[in-house]
Design a binder for this molecule. Structure first.
Ligand SMILES: *Cc1c(COP(=O)(O)O)cnc(C)c1O
Length: 365
């Protein structure tokens, strides 16, 4: 019998969240960002589950784009970092991948390649990771025109640094810089806006938004959980309650004896740990859920197990299923207790945790 440590994936919830992204993005269209193995949910299954509703996908690398093809999905796929090698250019032309070109060396590859795929130009508006300065765009466009590769330009992309923070003025600033940088090419398409930008009041998303984390039901916005934003959890992380015991006052549990009972405490051991991707930094008081009640972690997370306080759940028995995050406990709450964000937790679930897919519901529209 395998361990009962599993990640259940609800593709109906995924579709619900994608539809919400479309409503918030309208009149822009939404390309579904499914990099990092679909944020840990399985890129092939995520691509198939969204294929009939999403017109375009976006990923970080050519391997991820090829995985979408292996899944039998032949939609346009945007490579958000463009080609990582000269060979990627030919592969993209053959497979219908759209490259986001951010540097001169990539333009060199484009000009040397026998066939040019469609591509976007990345504009740096203040994130300062990738992209051409807005002042350099005219020169880049002139170079492409001379070469002829310019006919394959779809348009322009930029990326926001602070859209998760509603009180930041930086997104407005980046939006103005972007709009101004591309004003000379009104016929070309524009793409700006990660998940967080969908929840900023009055924020323009141009022609294509790029929702990622929100599709999986986790919050992109500081101080809000996914459910508070109308999102549904896609992944429910479960493990088994493998032991139940009672600690006497003064007795501790786990490595480092970091937590000790103040009074007689019924506690349980759950078969999941940081070897499965559950965060070791999730300390005492991190919420979990069992047998209809919220419970809390106590002591340190080990590689293969963790401890919970069962005071709130007198009915819990060995063999019961514990939810670490999902429908009852949002991954955002766990992330907050672990000093990180839902993105890191979802993408960090390790290969030893089987993903089990449930497509029975189509999700509320
Ligand atoms: C990952 C990524 C996104 C999606 O971001 P979320 O915050 O997950 O919505 C959008 N655009 C680019 C360029 C990205 O790299």
């Amino acid at each position: 019998m395998p361990r009962k440590t599993v990640a259940r994936i609800d593709t109906g919830a995924l579709r619900h969240n994608y539809r919400l992204a479309c409503r918030l993005a309208s009149p822009a269209r939404a390309m579904a960002v499914i990099k990092a193995d679909g944020y840990g949910h399985g890129i092939r299954e995520v691509a198939r589950a969204l294929a009939d509703v999403a017109p375009k996908f976006a990923v970080a690398s050519i391997e991820e784009a090829l995985a979408i093809r292996e899944a039998g999905v032949d939609h346009p796929v945007v490579l958000l970092q463009g080609p990582h090698s000269f060979e990627d250019v030919a592969t993209s032309a053959r497979e219908g991948f759209e490259m986001v070109v951010h540097s001169d060396y990539q333009l060199d590859w484009l000009e040397q390649a026998p066939a040019t795929p469609k591509f976007w130009l990345k504009v740096n508006t203040g994130m300062n990771r990738l992209g051409f300065a807005s002042a350099a765009l005219a020169q880049v466009m002139a170079r492409l025109k001379d070469h002829g590769a310019g006919e394959q330009v779809i348009g322009f992309v930029t990326h926001y640094a602070c859209a998760d923070d509603i009180s930041s003025g930086f997104t407005d600033k980046q939006t103005r810089v972007f709009a101004e940088a591309v004003v000379d090419w009104p016929a070309l398409e524009k793409s700006a806006g990660n998940s967080a930008a969908h929840f900023l009041p009055g924020q323009p998303l141009f022609d294509w938004s790029r929702p990622g984390i929100m599709l999986y039901g986790a919050s992109p916005t500081l101080g809000k959980t996914g459910p508070e934003l109308g999102l549904e959890a896609v992944m429910t992380l479960e493990a088994e309650l493998t032991a139940v015991r009672t600690l006497q006052p003064g007795e501790s549990v786990g490595y480092g004896c970091s937590w000790a009972a103040e009074q007689e405490t019924r506690m349980g051991i759950v078969g999941i740990g940081y070897g499965d991707g559950y965060p070791r930094h999730a300390g005492t008081d991190t919420p979990a859920w069992v047998a209809g009640s919220r419970i809390r972690l106590i002591g340190r997370v080990s590689m293969d197990m963790l401890a919970v306080d069962l005071t709130n759940s007198p009915a819990a028995r060995p063999g019961d299923t514990v939810e670490l995050w999902g429908r009852h406990v949002s991954v955002d709450e766990v992330a907050q207790h672990a000093g990180t964000i839902g993105y890191e937790l979802l993408t960090g679930i390790t290969a030893r945790v089987p993903r089990l897919y449930d497509s029975s519901g189509d999700g509320p529209v």
